[in-house]
Design a protein around this ligand. Structure first.
Ligand code: GH3
Ligand code: MG
Ligand code: MG
Length: 469
């Protein structure tokens, strides 16, 4: 029996295929995205791959492209098991794949079984994609399919990717580009692309050319078409692939435009229609809403002055990390850091200078924490650092490094040096202290550092007062 690799980011979809094909006595392995799938293929090439298209990290199309570049796996047959709105794109890709079939989700078990038999050379004829039920508009089916996928997606970044990736299939175009702009500076904060090289059109951190910005702003210029015999459309960045038909819409959020979304080169070579514009406008409104919600969530989790994660985020992360440490029986360290004699700075130079100092210290600390460690603004001039996997001795070394870096920091404000600052730090670790006692122990350690003369790191006392444990 054959070895079949099933690639899908949704467990339910994998389970369906594993159960269905398991009955036919095939041996099934699973991967939940393109990266995992590539690793699985390299470790042991299967006889057949059934892959989803929209997946995090590496899409099904990118996975197959990479896999086919390797001669050892170039001839493995592939079945795309794809959301309806990605089917046109998958069909294009299928033309380049070995013995590929494209089956829209949700798939009929019989259709899937015949596709597998055909791909494995066990049968000849196959009806791969049944026509959509009579009376149903395929574009409507595809749109409903996308809406279902969006409704299930919790990760806002993935939601934006889904919207961007769906657009060229829904409106039959060569490529889609979605740009998110910083609301204050107008600089591109993020660019998503589908069907075009990510580096080609617009780079994050750049500004769009004035002529393009005008198209976004002017409703009359949002749909343009030029005959293919003539020069392509002007006003796009120099590295942009040639464009003959363009449809661009703004991402209209509640507080104004937060970017734009365009499709280039309608598949049939004609101009984009008013209906295309309505549909892209609908997707753009959804993208704008997701983006705005994302910004709101980001703001709710960050401290306004320093930009560090705030106290509420600390409480949640602390609980999560304690739980993980307990479950995995791994250490977890907590460092509390308090700026020494900070009040004097406010008193001497004013509150605004104090704010600048806190920002500078926070930025330096943020640069100092490593890998999986997380820093939070715990209170006024206090910071908390969570170090998963670190024991007390390691954390004490890290605390000393924070202390030295802050001690070496020279803070200027309003053109004048307002001096150097020192930190007192309290260090504790699980499992020396139980999760319930960690915070109190860190407080006591910090207290010991203050009373020991400040500008130092102290470990927690060996035993807490009895009522704390
Ligand atoms: P110690 O070495 O004992 O920690 O002395 P300290 O002066 O740092 O401690 P204290 O608790 O007496 O004072 C903390 C000061 O931090 C008082 C408060 O106004 C100031 N502070 C807290 N949050 C902020 C802030 O966001 N901006 C500014 N400018 N000051 C703040
Ligand atoms: Mg202080
Ligand atoms: Mg304090």
């Amino acid at each position: 029996m054959a070895r079949i690799l099933v690639v899908d980011d949704r467990a339910l979809n994998r389970e369906y295929l594993v159960t269905l094909l398991g009955y036919l006595r095939h041996t099934l392995t699973e991967a939940c995205d393109g990266v995992e799938a590539l690793e699985a293929v390299r470790a042991s090439p299967p006889d057949l791959i059934i892959t989803d298209i929209d997946m995090p990290r590496l899409t099904g199309i990118e996975f197959i492209e990479q896999m086919q570049r390797d001669p050892r796996s170039a001839n493995i047959p592939v079945i795309f098991h794809s959301a309806t709105y990605r089917v046109p794109e998958a069909r294009k890709m299928a033309l380049r794949c070995t013995a590929a079939a494209v089956i829209p989700k949700p798939s009929d078990p019989e259709v899937m079984i015949s596709a597998v038999k055909l791909a494995l050379g066990e049968s000849q004829a196959i009806e791969v994609a049944p026509p959509p039920p009579r009376g149903w508009n395929p574009a409507l089916v595809a749109l409903m399919d996308l809406q279902c996928a969006l409704a299930e997606e919790r990760d806002p970044n993935r939601t934006l990717e889904l919207i961007c990736n769906a657009a060229p299939s829904l409106i039959a175009a060569q490529c889609a580009v979605l740009g998110l702009e910083d609301e204050d500076t107008g600089v591109l904060s993020r660019v998503l692309v589908c069907g075009v090289d990510a580096s080609a059109p617009f780079a994050a951190g750049a500004r769009v050319p004035a002529a393009f910005a005008l198209r976004v702003a002017e409703p009359a210029q949002r749909r343009v078409w030029k005959p293919k015999e003539g020069p392509p459309l002007p006003g796009l960045p120099p590295a942009h692939p040639p464009v003959y038909s363009l449809l661009v819409v703004p991402l209209a959020g509640a507080k104004g435009n937060c970017g734009w979304f365009y499709l280039a080169n309608r598949d049939d070579g004609t101009a984009f229609t008013a209906a295309d514009e309505d549909l892209l406008g609908l997707l753009a409104r959804q993208a704008a809403m997701v983006h705005e919600n994302c910004l709101l969530a980001l703001r709710a989790s960050r401290d306004g002055l320093t930009g560090l994660l705030n106290r509420r985020e600390f409480d949640a992360a602390f609980e999560r990390e304690c739980e993980r440490a307990r479950r995995e029986a791994s250490p977890l360290a907590l460092v509390l850091a308090d700026v020494d004699h900070f009040k004097e700075c406010n008193d001497r130079f004013g509150h605004a200078s104090g704010d600048a100092v806190l920002r500078a210290i926070a930025a330096e600390l943020e640069k100092s924490v490593r890998g999986y460690d997380q820093i939070f603004r715990y209170g006024g001039e206090e910071f908390a650092i969570l170090l998963p996997g670190a024991g007390a001795a390691d954390a004490l070394l890290r605390a000393e490094e924070y202390r030295q870096r802050i001690g070496a920091l020279e803070v200027c404000w309003d053109g004048q040096m307002i001096g150097q600052f020192t930190l007192s730090l309290g260090v504790v670790a699980y499992p020396e202290y139980g999760a319930d006692a960690l915070l109190r122990a860190a407080d006591l350690a910090l207290y010991a550092a203050k009373h020991g003369g400040r500008n130092r790191s102290c470990a927690a006392p060996r035993a807490l007062p009895p009522h704390d444990n």
